[in-house]
Design a protein around this ligand. Structure first.
Ligand code: 3EB
Length: 345
C-alpha cells in the first residue's frame, strides 16, 4: 500500500511476515497468532488479539494475520505504565492489554475499572509525549454482549470510556476518535491499540446515520467515537473509517439478513468516503483502494458476506475476515476500513 501521511498498513499472513523486514515498523496488531510464534526481536510494540481469522485476500485459508504499520521516518520506542508505544515525528502507535483478573474494585464491574484505567494510562501517555490527538482506537473485549452487574459488557465499556474521557478533560462529542469495539475469545484480556498524532485530524460523520455520541438513550451510555477521521501528512492523507454496520439513523436495519446487512454497510462506507472527499475538498479516497477488516458474528455467514464484497471493492483492496461478536445483538457483520489517497506514491 502506498505511503500516505507517512503511514502505511499491510495485512500479512504469519509466514509472509516471518520473512519480511522489521525495519520501518511502527507497530503490529497480531490477530490469532499462536503464543509460541517468533516475535520481533526488537522494540516494536506488538499486541495480541484473540479473534479467529477466517481468511484474507492474501491467504484464503484461515490462519494468523499481522496488521503491520510502517513509516519511513525515524522512530523511537518506549513504555509508560502498561502502555507500550513507538512513534515518529508525526504519529504514535500504542497498545495496552489488561487482564480483567488484575483489577478489582468494590461495586463497579471489573471491566469498567479495567477500561477506565486503560484509557487513563493512554491519555497520560499521549499528554506526556505530546501526541494529543487520538486518530483511531481499536477495542477488543471478551463476552461483549454478556450482561453482568445488570448491564451488557459493551455498555459497561462505553460508560467507562466516557468516565476516562471526562477525567482527562477530553470531549465526549464531536472531537472524539474513530474507533471500533468488538468481541474476542473468552478469557482474552481487554486489548486496546491506537494511533495518535501531533496534528489534529479532521473528523467525519455519516450523513445517513445519527452520530454515535448522539444515539438516543435506549442504546445505553453514549459511545464516544466519530464515524471516521482523516490525517493530512507530508505525503497525502490517510482515512480511518470506524467500525461500520447496517445502521441507518440510529436503528439496525435488515435484522436476520446478513447479505442485506453487508450491502447496507457498504453503502454506509461509500457515504463516508463521499463525506471525507467533500470535507477535504478533493476526491482523495475511493472504494477500490481500501484496506478492510470484516468482522463476522457467525462464521457460517462468511460465504454470503464474501459474495457481496468483490463487486463493491476493487481488486486492489485488501480484506481480512475475522470472527468476532459485534456490539449490538442484531448486527451480523461490521466492516472497518483504511483509505489511502489516490495518486500518492
Ligand atoms: C455502531 O455503529 C456499531 O463503541 O467504539 C462501531 C464503531 C460501533 C465503534 C465503539 C461501536 C464502536 O454503533 C458499533
Amino acid at each position: 500500500m502506498a505511503l500516505e501521511a507517512g503511514l502505511q498498513v499491510d495485512y500479512l499472513s504469519l509466514a509472509a511476515q516471518a520473512s519480511a523486514r522489521w525495519e520501518g515498523v511502527l507497530g503490529v496488531a497480531a490477530f490469532d497468532v499462536p503464543p509460541s510464534s517468533p516475535l520481533p526481536a526488537n522494540d516494536v510494540p506488538m499486541v495480541d488479539i484473540r479473534t479467529p481469522v477466517l481468511g484474507s485476500t492474501g491467504a484464503p485459508q484461515p490462519g494468523a494475520v499481522c496488521e503491520i504499520w510502517r513509516t519511513h521516518q525515524p522512530m523511537e520506542s518506549g513504555q509508560r505504565g502498561r502502555v507500550r508505544y513507538r512513534h515518529s515525528e508525526e504519529v504514535l502507535f500504542g497498545c495496552i492489554s489488561m487482564a480483567e483478573s488484575e483489577e478489582s474494585e468494590a461495586g463497579a464491574s471489573i471491566l469498567h475499572t479495567a477500561t477506565r484505567d486503560a484509557y487513563s494510562e493512554i491519555f497520560a501517555t499521549l499528554d506526556e509525549l505530546a501526541y494529543p490527538h487520538l486518530l483511531r482506537v481499536w477495542n477488543y473485549l471478551p463476552q461483549i454482549n454478556v450482561d453482568t452487574h445488570g448491564m451488557e459488557r459493551y455498555r459497561q465499556f462505553n460508560s467507562a470510556r466516557r468516565s476516562a474521557l471526562v477525567a482527562a478533560g477530553r470531549d465526549l462529542t464531536g472531537n472524539v476518535p474513530a474507533a471500533c469495539a468488538l468481541g474476542s475469545v473468552n478469557g482474552s484480556p481487554l486489548v486496546i491499540y491506537f494511533l495518535a498524532s501531533r496534528q489534529a485530524p479532521t473528523l467525519i460523520e455519516n450523513p445517513r446515520q445519527v452520530s454515535a455520541y448522539e444515539y438516543p438513550p435506549q442504546y445505553g451510555p453514549k459511545p464516544a467515537f466519530s464515524r471516521a477521521s482523516v490525517l493530512r501528512g507530508t505525503c497525502g492523507s490517510i482515512l480511518f473509517i470506524s467500525g461500520t454496520a447496517s445502521i441507518v439513523g440510529h436503528q439496525t436495519v435488515h435484522a436476520g439478513d446478513v447479505a442485506a446487512q453487508t450491502r447496507e454497510t457498504l453503502v454506509n462506507i461509500e457515504a463516508l468516503l463521499g463525506e471525507a472527499n467533500r470535507v477535504s475538498g478533493a476526491p482523495r479516497f475511493g472504494m477500490e483502494t481500501l484496506a478492510c477488516k470484516v468482522y463476522v458474528r457467525n462464521s457460517a455467514d462468511l460465504p454470503l458476506i464474501q459474495s457481496q464484497l468483490p463487486t463493491a471493492l476493487g481488486r486492489e483492496a485488501q480484506v481480512v475476515y475475522l470472527q468476532a461478536d459485534i456490539c449490538r445483538q442484531d448486527l451480523l457483520v461490521e466492516i472497518e476500513a483504511i483509505g489511502r489517497e489516490r495518486d500518492c506514491d
